[in-house]
Design a protein around this ligand. Sequence first.
Ligand code: PHE
Length: 356
Amino acid sequence: MQELRNTYIAAVAAVQDEAALEDLRVQALGKKGEISLKMRELGQMSPEERQVAGPALNALKDELTSAIAAKKAALADAALDARLRAEWLDVSLPSRPMRQGSLHPVSQVTEEVQTIFADLGFGVAEGPRIETDWYNFDALNIPGHHPARAEMDTFYMQRAEGDDRPPFVLRTHTSPVQIRALEAHGAPIRIICPGGVYRADYDQTHTPMFHQVEGLAIDRDISMAQLKWVLEEFFSVFFGTKVKTRFRASHFPFTEPSAEVDIQCSWEGGTVKVGEGDDWLEVLGSGMVHPKVLAAGGIDPNEWQGFAFGMGIDRIAMLKYGIPDLRAFFDSDLRWLRHYGFASLDVPTIRGGLSR
Ligand code: PHE
């Protein structure tokens, strides 16, 4: 009996997991367990033998039962301890940074341009990027044989075989919105039209898609003088410093007279600074809207006149924010976007306000 007890108590102590402990319990105390079988033998004993063996067996059964229960509790505690150690969590660690998106410089500058021109009384109009050749060319006094069509490196859309209507084009400038806006609203009108335009061209300062903002002001007595004032006002507010402009005689089929406009700048160590120095940088084309364009827009050129201009948004964004390569605008490189992007709630950086 003593031997039996020592064997089982030692086995319980040595057991490493709950499954082995259960096996041991069955082996000793189960229906066919060693101790259970011994208890059954009590029946065949003489009453004297039974009086000694009975209580001893019962005591052994009780001792083993509680040893197993104690071991079971200890194993459960150890398992919980191990789990707590493994699943330990440091709630004092700083959280992982969540990156915020940013506004692309083109979006930021478009908003700045809209804000400034809104203060000057200009509304915003938009037109489709896929245009008919009539809006993109003919209505702007660029007939089929005109060299400007070839010069603009136009992207033409596909027509089905045998369909010889003129193909749609990806608009090469925002000027077709002049016609659409005149058709829709008539005169007088004062609008700007920002948006994407397309030309087959690619180098450090040209990408096949870029952005322009068109300006159009039509009334009974609008002149070049007002064009010049509006542009100088715009540049000075946009760049936050007085910016001189220079008008150079030029030619566009849709304006007469026409002028290309340069802004004052300096070159120092390879970087441009706008509004100082005595160099000039071309930033836009402009002029008095051609009578044929007014007529194409459905208004009478004998009654109405005004100016139009077209300016590169990406261009002035590069100048204002010191961005060296235009191609990076459209690479979708997150590092670039984080560096040059703007917080979405930033108020457009318009310093100084208007001089009026
Ligand atoms: N559409 C011209 C261009 O893309 C710019 C322009 C607009 C010139 C309006 C004059 C008037 O180059």
